[in-house]
Design a protein around this ligand. Structure first.
Ligand code: UGA
Length: 435
């Protein structure tokens, strides 16, 4: 099948490469000249394990191409995917649909034959309906069907999530669109991935409901962690104790510094606005947003308190800057408010992240000293703070840290280490939700 993917960002690139891997011919349209030049030259603008190889293999096989011309990309395409960004609109928290509608209009103008327009971007409930109106207005002469096919890819494991999904959601009222998408996802039938056909609005809502629910789970365990600290309980055991109940499930119950990234913060906020606009406010999600914001803002104070009330003049090693491991994404990363506040309070920061240093530099205040490795960052530090749970930090032996650090204090916001071992190694060790 021939398909066009409008947008060569995270979602477009991963989905495009995976559809090509299924044997389809995929034309990715990217309007940013720098990104396009990079993609054409064999480079990958984002950090995602396995993606460079997948893109290279499929480009070499001629199944995956990159360009900036929508007309040639959609020529002969049985499905056109819209995978452009939907950032939070400045001021009101709504998802900004400017890029989505612009892409739909451009596609409609140049289509030469009936096709299916599919949204992969996360769009508020009702957007698919508006897209159908735009298509009708611009091309009353052509039957163009609309479908919503939200993505559930996690950064860092996006390819596995695409190839072995828990489910695929397809929202449409058109039988032709259903058939086209069923055919496109046929390879997943072999692994019996559930494919859920719904109406347009339902599919759009499933995406927001899924991210909001997961964000709620994370926020719940974060609050339990605070309670555990006061009550002398252990949040790991609480998470296990509740997570083994199949109705609750064990995933997304790791307490930490609060959720970040390009999805949860933006999608929970949009969910709140969508629900308010429909006169059915989601007070739970509103609270999740507020509790998470407050949590991220309070993490620096936790570090200052662990340091005895002041970090002025102290050297702090910061390990991990990205919002989670296996990505270079710094969007809404807890490290931004944490490092900002520590610097304001007079600390000297030595930071290291395995993938996110280039993205972090412009987002962190001047004065942060970027180091080439975890142990280099720890050199001479009075205290060490872990913000992101990269695997390579788990393996650091405490005696190696002890050999290079000046102080003996570790504040671990991801609970990477065993408190007993750390204490036995002579460290004062503060973690999240553990006695
Ligand atoms: C999330 C969803 O998990 C994907 O299913 C969805 O497709 C994607 O958003 C999206 O809408 O595009 P992602 O943002 O890549 O994926 O990252 P997650 O692994 O979900 O983590 C989100 C945040 O929650 C991170 O800051 C992470 O550190 C935090 N988190 C997650 C925890 O603090 N504890 C957990 O147990 C799990």
């Amino acid at each position: 099948m021939r398909i066009a993917m409008i947008g060569g960002g995270y979602v477009g690139l991963v989905s495009g490469a995976c559809f090509a891997e299924f044997g389809n011919e995929v034309a990715v349209v990217e309007s940013d000249p720098a990104k396009l030049a990079m993609l054409r030259g064999g480079g990958i603008p984002i950090y995602e394990p396995g993606l460079p190889e997948l893109v290279a293999d499929n480009a070499r096989a001629g199944r995956l191409t990159f360009g900036n011309d929508i007309e040639s990309a959609v020529r002969g395409a049985e499905a056109v995917f819209i995978a452009v960004g939907t950032p939070t609109r400045r001021g009101d928290g709504h998802a900004d649909l400017t890029y989505v509608f612009a892409a739909v209009e451009q596609v409609a103008r140049v289509l030469a034959a009936p096709t299916v327009v599919v949204t992969k971007s996360t769009v508020p409930v009702g957007t698919g309906r508006k897209i159908a109106e735009i298509l009708c207005e611009v091309r009353p002469d052509l039957t163009i069907d609309v479908a919503s096919n939200p993505e559930f890819l996690r950064e860092g494991s996006a390819i596995a999530d695409f190839m072995r999904p828990d489910r695929v959601v397809i929202g449409t009222e058109s039988e032709r669109a259903r058939e086209t998408l069923r055919a496109l996802y046929r390879p997943l039938y072999l692994i019996e991935a559930p494919i859920l056909f719904t109406g347009l609005e339902t599919a759009e809502l499933i995406k927001y409901a899924a991210n909001s629910f997961l964000a709620m789970k994370v926020t719940f365990i974060n609050e339990m962690a605070d309670l555990c600290e006061r009550a002398g309980a252990d949040v790991h055991d609480v998470a296990r104790g509740i997570g083994l109940d199949g109705r609750i499930g064990r995933k997304f119950l790791h307490a930490g510094p609060g959720f970040g990234g390009s999805c949860f913060p933006k999608d929970t906020l949009a969910m709140v606005r969508i629900a308010q606009d429909h006169g059915a406010p989601t007070r739970l999600v509103e609270t999740v947003v507020a509790v998470n914001d407050a949590r991220k803002a309070s993490m620096a104070a936790r570090i200052v308190a662990a340091a005895g009330g002041s970090v002025r003049g102290k050297t702090i090693a910061v390990l991990g800057l990205t919002f989670k491991p296996e990505t270079d994404d710094m969007r809404d990363a807890p490290s931004i408010p944490i490092v900002g506040r520590l610097i304001e309070d007079g600390a000297h920061i030595r930071a290291f992240d395995p993938a996110g240093m280039d993205q972090a530099r412009p987002l962190l205040p001047p004065g942060v000293q970027f180091c080439n490795g975890a142990l280099e960052a720890a050199e001479g530090a009075d205290l060490l703070v872990i913000i992101t749970e990269w695997n390579e930090f788990r393996a650091i032996a405490p005696d190696k840290l002890g050999a290079v650090m000046k102080g003996r204090l570790i504040v671990d916001l991801r609970n990477l280490y065993d408190p007993m071992l750390m204490r036995a190694a002579g460290f004062t060790y503060a973690s999240i939700g553990r006695p």
